[in-house]
Design a protein around this ligand. Structure first.
Ligand code: DC
Length: 211
């Protein structure tokens, strides 16, 4: 079973994907973390061919065997990852690994291009949307050291970059769109679980539905 979740920065897709993975008994793959790990490695002077990334079931990210999870969520890596992700050779490198991860196990994979490019045949495709203002408010809770105006400007700049070129954010055909403004995380998770359960029933996939 493959569940794809796409959406812009701060739309809540990571929390929703994690909850879906737990509910349906799948491996959670956060592809943004993979782009962040590549950005970190390149900034340390490594070449793409020297980079090995491991995504663990407990969400830890290993870069060449070393746990770098704590280093991936800083304003510097936010920027670097967004720039790195525009490079076609980086996308090709990671898309191959993402498809391999989804080949032999049930996954919930989240990112920007999962339903459109990485897993176009996913059993269920979700797209979480939210206004830039709402997403900036949420990010401010996660990063209290940054001001709201600063975070909003960064989100607008990243939206612009993420919306352009190779691997741009787009809504694939047959995608269920969930608008998350003015909804709590628990409400969005409940909506996502019921949307996935109905979609799987329609497709006659009963595998883990008993959970
Ligand atoms: O979701 P995130 O903020 O952790 O992602 C980090 C960066 O990687 C973000 O700027 C967008 C990019 N990205 C991408 O281009 N494609 C993906 N599938 C996932 C993330």
């Amino acid at each position: 079973m493959q569940i794809a979740i796409d959406g812009p920065a701060g739309s809540g897709k990571t929390s929703v994907a994690r909850a879906l993975a737990q509910h349906f008994g799948c491996l959670f793959v956060n592809t943004g973390a993979m782009y962040r790990a590549v950005a970190l490695a390149l900034s340390q002077g490594r070449k793409l061919s020297e980079i090995q990334i491991e995504v663990r079931p407990d969400e830890r990210i290993l870069l060449n065997g070393q746990d770098v999870t704590e280093q991936l969520y800083t304003p510097e890596i936010d920027e670097l990852a967004s720039q790195t992700a525009t490079r076609p050779e980086v996308r090709e490198f990671l898309i191959t690994q993402q498809r391999a991860l989804a080949q032999h196990r049930d996954v919930v994979m989240e990112g920007r291009d999962i339903g459109s490019v990485v897993l176009p045949d996913a059993d269920v495709k979700l797209y979480l949307d939210a206004s830039p203002e709402e997403r900036a408010r949420r990010r401010c809770h996660e990063r209290p050291q940054q001001s709201y105006q600063e975070v909003l400007a960064q989100i607008r700049a990243r939206d612009k970059r993420d919306g352009q070129g190779f691997g741009r954010l787009q809504i694939a055909p047959e995608t269920i769109v969930i608008h998350t403004d003015h909804k709590s995380l628990n409400e969005v998770i409940a909506l996502a679980i019921s949307a996935v359960a109905s979609a799987l029933q329609r497709r006659n996939i009963s595998g883990k539905l008993s959970q």
